[in-house]
Ligand binder design. Structure first.
Ligand code: PLP
Length: 371
């Protein structure tokens, strides 16, 4: 039996009729740009995120780029972030005119290390970007303490963590709730995926929300009046309609991912070679990815491929070692925990529709490699 890493068709079959009906409504109205579904989605995602504002935009990348542009970065301005993330986290810093400063990760959770952030702060530091990796939030309480002490804004890249939570002082906090802004991606493979590119920014800050709404619309608050130069990064009404139909399923889908993750962890716990993902006890992890750490990772990949088991390496080359950032002067050995992660991680199928039988096949195939 072959098992895909992700089966979007299985999800499509479940929701097809409702999504197509919602899309047809938009089409019948011909309200493709900023139709009523867009502000409705913004309000619903803001509620889920415990924030005052939601600002929909064209992608998760733009959701990062717009708040970074709102920082008005000057040459030499630094933004501290993790090297163990999708490229957009740091690419947007460069595109907003800043310099990414990469710091190491916590070796257990693979999220950015708060101590490493504090050690990297200089007079040029303008912001911190935290990534809530694979569905698990970073140590926001420690990071916010550091950021407050140094008066630095925190951007929370929540692209992989919609619906994740972290208990801070006895209260559940959502991605984007405590930082200056939170960013989400609805790329089709995400836990809540659109049928194309889509993103959203959440914030508690009224003024910043207004500015971000302007920046996504060529920098104008009124038609043909431009206070500053922005861009076109609206969210299509069609994508908002898709997401509104899918949003009520998110909790159930995240629960199914958690159940699948728990089954894997039960099967792999105590295995001499396989290290299951570490969950920080403060976190409610929603397993965008189920990522094990293993020796002979590349050989295991070949074995899984031969047996038709979907898998992926997120991420094979940490961002501080990417060719485009050579000029920043990092080399192998600069950030050892991130480098150890990139050499040993392997993500396995954890999507909600994965059957027990499929999962047993994945577990047996992984185990047979180390037998
Ligand atoms: C951590 C992270 N940040 C940013 C993005 C960018 O999102 P998008 O692909 O919607 O532009 C992604 C996903 O693709 C991501 O995983």
């Amino acid at each position: 039996m072959s098992v895909p890493l992700l089966d979007l068709v299985a999800q499509y079959r479940e929701i097809k009729d409702d999504v197509l009906a919602a899309m047809m409504e938009v089409i019948e109205r011909q309200s493709f740009i900023m139709g009523p579904e867009v502000p409705q989605l913004e309000a619903e995602i803001a509620r889920l995120s415990h924030t005052k504002h939601g600002i929909a935009c064209a992608s998760g990348t733009d959701a990062l780029l717009l708040p970074l542009k709102a920082l008005d970065l000057q040459p030499g301005d630094e933004v501290i972030t993790t090297p163990f993330t999708f490229f957009a986290t740091a690419g947007t810093v460069h595109n907003a005119g800043g310099t990414p400063v990469f710091v190491d990760i916590d070796p257990a959770t693979m999220n950015i290390s708060p101590e490493a952030i504090e050690a990297a702060i200089t007079p040029q530091t303008r912001a911190i970007i935290v990534v809530h990796l694979f569905g698990q939030m970073a140590a926001m309480e420690s990071i916010m303490r550091i950021a407050t002490r140094h008066r630095l804004p925190v951007i929370e890249d929540g692209a992989q963590s919609i619906g994740a939570r972290r208990k801070v002082d006895g209260q559940w906090r959502m991605p984007g709730e405590l930082g200056s802004v939170g960013t989400l991606s609805f790329f089709p493979t995400k836990n809540l995926g659109a049928w194309g590119d889509a993103g959203l920014i959440v914030t508690q800050d009224d003024k910043l929300a207004e500015r971000l709404r302007r920046l996504r619309l060529h920098g104008g608050s009124r038609q043909y009046m431009h206070e500053e130069v922005g861009t076109n990064s609206r969210l299509d009404t069609l994508q908002a309609a898709v997401l509104l139909v899918k949003l009520p399923y998110l909790e159930r889908w995240n629960q199914a991912r958690k159940r699948n993750a728990a089954r894997y962890t039960e099967a792999f716990t105590g295995h001499p070679s396989i290290c299951p993902p570490a969950i920080d006890p403060a976190n409610d992890h929603i397993f965008h990815q189920y990522t094990i750490r293993v020796p002979q990772r590349n050989e295991l990949q070949t074995h899984l491929k031969e047996h038709g088991i979907g898998h992926a390496v997120y991420y094979p080359l940490a961002l501080h070692l990417q060719p485009c950032f050579v000029h920043l002067g990092y080399r192998r050995g600069s950030l050892p925990a991130a480098e150890a992660a990139m050499d040993s991680v392997l993500s396995l199928p954890v999507y909600p529709e994965l059957t027990e039988q499929q999962q047993n096949t994945v577990i047996a195939t992984v185990n047979s490699f180390y037998a």
